[in-house]
Design a protein around this ligand. Structure first.
Ligand SMILES: NC(=O)c1ccc[n+]([C@@H]2O[C@H](COP(=O)([O-])OP(=O)(O)OC[C@H]3O[C@@H](n4cnc5c(N)ncnc54)[C@H](O)[C@@H]3O)[C@@H](O)[C@H]2O)c1
Length: 358
């Protein structure tokens, strides 16, 4: 694609995260949001008005036929990720797909097959990989400063954060799960990214629903629909083994009687030569020097442009240079395989082995 061409992007779904993308892409040179659609056309129209988006389409099918568009952002409920991503790739559009990649592993594999049959870019939106502190930790890992990573403990324990009670968020058939697939997927993705190229192979986990069914633990993201239903977990805990012998423990909740790290995401990396801790937007590196413990505080640079701008720029660079995004389809599949295995392990009480056959 020519360096001067402005990449024209259509947004499918005009809800909360679509609004965030619309704001972020304004800061990205060489790309423009050129069209939007939503099943609620009036919502798409009001977003178009607010963000100066020139075209509103009546459906995602119509938007995908728009010859002006090079790429799409898919920001719809999880159950629709696979059908829309596959249609978009078949229609010859590059795809930035919101997390989780798909509602389950089988759908993620279908997306990968459609991607392999296309010559387009497929990127999953995992902006946490682009946080300033997380990039600094990854840089040290890549330089070998932490040595071999053998254990990671990651999580995100919200005390009162159930999003959109009764809406698609809390319906298994539409979301694929609760906090595990909603916020756990961020911590899982970041952990696997920091742990390098090792593949997750088996999982033992359990999920609980102590708050949602009682209409407790309600958070602020999304408006509740009290006529809706709640049939997902509100807490999950799991042990994941990787093919190089390393282990990852993952703990997530939308609601729990705890103040673990003040509701902030956390991640502890333990390596043979050093370690790293991430807590919210704070970070530290650890090692041993002269028989003493040594620590280095990490900080976010002043005027940091932010993770989502870096993520958006990466999408544009990948399209221009025809390169694979760091949050590739395979990385999305790894997440879906682990998530699904945790749910299965919770149902069966057994260790679940991941099926990587695509
Ligand atoms: N990366 C992040 O940090 C982050 C944060 C929030 C949500 N998300 C993800 O983004 C996705 C959307 O979440 P949200 O919070 O914006 O939800 P939302 O409910 O606010 O918005 C989803 C929108 O999609 C629309 N929609 C549903 N089916 C559609 C279809 N067939 N065609 C067009 N539009 C359709 C809905 O009408 C709704 O307006 C989810 O997959 C969620 O996991 C990611």
């Amino acid at each position: 694609m020519s360096e001067n061409k402005i990449i024209q992007i259509g947004v499918i779904g005009a809800g909360n995260i679509a609004n965030v993308h619309m704001n972020e892409f304004k800061k990205v040179p060489g790309a423009a949001i050129a069209a939007v659609t939503d099943v609620y056309v009036s919502l798409a129209e009001s977003r178009a008005k607010e963000h100066g988006i020139p075209k509103v389409h009546a459906s995602y099918e119509e938007l995908l036929q728009d010859p002006n568009l090079d790429a799409v952002i898919i920001a719809v409920p999880n159950e629709m990720h696979a059908p829309i991503a596959i249609s978009a790739l078949e229609a010859g559009k590059h795809v930035l797909l919101e997390k989780p990649m798909a509602i389950n592993a089988a759908s993620a594999k279908q997306i990968i097959r459609a991607h392999r049959a296309s010559d387009k870019i497929l990127m999953i939106a995992h902006q946490m990989r682009w946080e300033a502190i997380n990039l600094q930790v990854k840089e040290q890992i890549d330089k070998g400063a932490i040595g071999e990573i053998y254990n990671v403990k990651a999580g995100w324990m919200r005390r009162k954060g159930i999003p959109g009670w009764g809406t698609w968020f809390t319906q298994m058939s539409k979301s694929g799960g609760g906090p595990l697939i909603d916020i756990g997927v961020h911590m899982l993705d970041l952990s696997l990214h920091l742990m390098g190229n090792a593949r997750p192979v088996s999982v033992f986990g359990t999920t609980y629903a102590e708050f949602g069914p009682k209409r407790k633990g309600i958070g602020t993201w999304g408006k509740p629909d009290w006529n809706g239903t709640y049939d997902v977990e509100d807490l999950a805990t799991a042990l994941i083994k990787l093919d190089n012998g390393s282990t990852l423990t993952l703990d997530v909740s939308w609601a729990a009687h705890t103040d673990m790290l003040d509701n902030q995401p956390y991640l502890y990396v333990m390596g043979s030569e050093g370690g790293a801790t991430l807590r919210g937007n704070k970070g530290k590196l650890f090692t041993e020097l002269f028989d003493r413990t040594a620590e280095v505080e990490l900080s976010v640079p002043d005027n940091d442009e932010g993770a989502r701008v870096r993520q958006s720029n990466h999408f544009v660079d990948c399209i221009r240079e025809g390169k694979e995004p760091i949050t590739s389809g395979l990385s999305g599949l790894a997440n879906n395989l682990v998530l699904e295995a945790i749910y299965e392990s919770s149902r069966t009480g057994s260790v679940v082995t991941l099926d990587w056959n695509i």
